[in-house]
Design a binder for this molecule. Sequence first.
Ligand code: NAD
Length: 497
Amino acid sequence: MSNELVPHWIAGKEFLGESKRTAPVFNPATGEVTKSVLLANRSDIEAATKAAAAAFPGWRDTSLAKRQQVIFNFRELLNSRKHELAEIITSEHGKVISDALGEITRGQEVVEFAVGIPELLKGYYSENASTGIDVYSLRQPLGVVGIISPFNFPAMVPMWFYPIAIAAGNTVVVKPSEKDPTASLWIAKLWQEAGLPDGVYNVLNGDKEAVDGLLESPIVQSISFVGSTPIAKYIYENASEHGKRVQALGGAKNHMLVLPDADLDLVADSAVNAGFGSAGERCMAISVVVAVEPIADQLISKITERMKGLRVGDGRRSCDMGPLVTREHRDKVAGYIDIAIKDGAKVVVDGRNVNPDGDQNGFWLGPTLIDEVPTSSKVYTEEIFGPVLSIVRVKSYEEGVSLINSGAFGNGTAIFTNDGGAARRFQYEIEVGMIGINVPIPVPVAYHSFGGWKQSMFGDTKAHGVEGVHFFTRAKAITSRWLDPSHGGINLGFPQN
Ligand code: NAD
């Protein structure tokens, strides 16, 4: 194992803590262990949460103007140095550099949204709600908030939360994925450079023990979680039981419904981009194309043609798609190709035969296309989270919609058509949280909110946008009267006028 140790970041400095447990961090393109990351125990969790609690009163008292300035500085630093961060992401996650830059840009949009926090925190004021009485509402920070993130977007997903949490006056403990933890440490140093006081942004590295510690900590007021559905459910139930506010975003199985009148070249481009970008390790990736006949054969031939041109290899080179995150995950995804064959589906392109531009020990699996996937197969019902695109053929729009609505997940979906009426009907009928109309990956911009339905999200407040501001603040309503000489005397009823 390499000597480079990824520490925690607590109270403005690297922190080694008490636990000596570690996990290996791989470079997925070479298969090498490049670092080991510390895994926190209860004493380390306490150090992180106490540091955040100690920083809270001072940060809460910091004026909106000053907080806004720090967020603005952070945005400028991030924008000018995002290449450094992209290289870190590629070295631990495997995605190609352009894609790593893309995720930083989408995260940065939330930082830009958070710069406008004074506008977002403005309350309401009703003058003379009752005679001589004014009523107004404020939003105040929660205190210490916990953010637990997945491996697939080590920069963007935590950024859905902490810019808003910090701008609103909270202090945070981020628990990154142990598979690619370094991005969060790099961000910690950037915050310090931007002028954020020590202890406002902390990083606690770890696994289940760190997560459970945050869920149970009496100091932590809320949990923002993103990851697989079984863990999201666990987080939602446990954090709620411990009296916390929770938003827990889970897994996905996103369908693209293609109507016969759609532009099939646009559809084929979109299916390839959305199915294989980031090696399919995106919660908004398209994993099933639902083709309304008679177009399936023609569409498959267009998709296959495009797949021939995809270059798989080391993300530092000029490739389209990198490796999967770990060998274990690569083997699990490849296992679905065997299941597809056993279940009677037709493998049109088999990614196991890929010839990558990279080290032979990398965690490679090429783009895979499977036709005639039975909807009873695990290939259809389970989240695969890899470069495997399934085709399901249906006879009508209605059959497609009812298939999508009968699925367990409800994160994203898209319809491709030139019929505005069909698209409008789809947006009305479909039971999914984020919809694309001729847009394959409909990730909402930062000033709207991100989150799915059904098994894709637990909790009712989504990430970023106005819902994000509400999640990280609590409302207070004040009823006030400044006495004048003509006050009304004793009255035991509610004021009526
Ligand atoms: P994961 O659920 O394995 O891990 C997510 C986080 O939970 C990590 O920080 C991990 O350390 C922690 N964790 C893992 N096992 C745990 C346990 N038993 N108890 C407590 N904590 C535990 O997810 P992942 O593999 O890192 O990420 C991929 C998953 O995330 C996919 O399912 C993907 O769809 C989902 N995801 C969803 C969204 C969304 O917005 N809905 C966005 C990105 C990723």
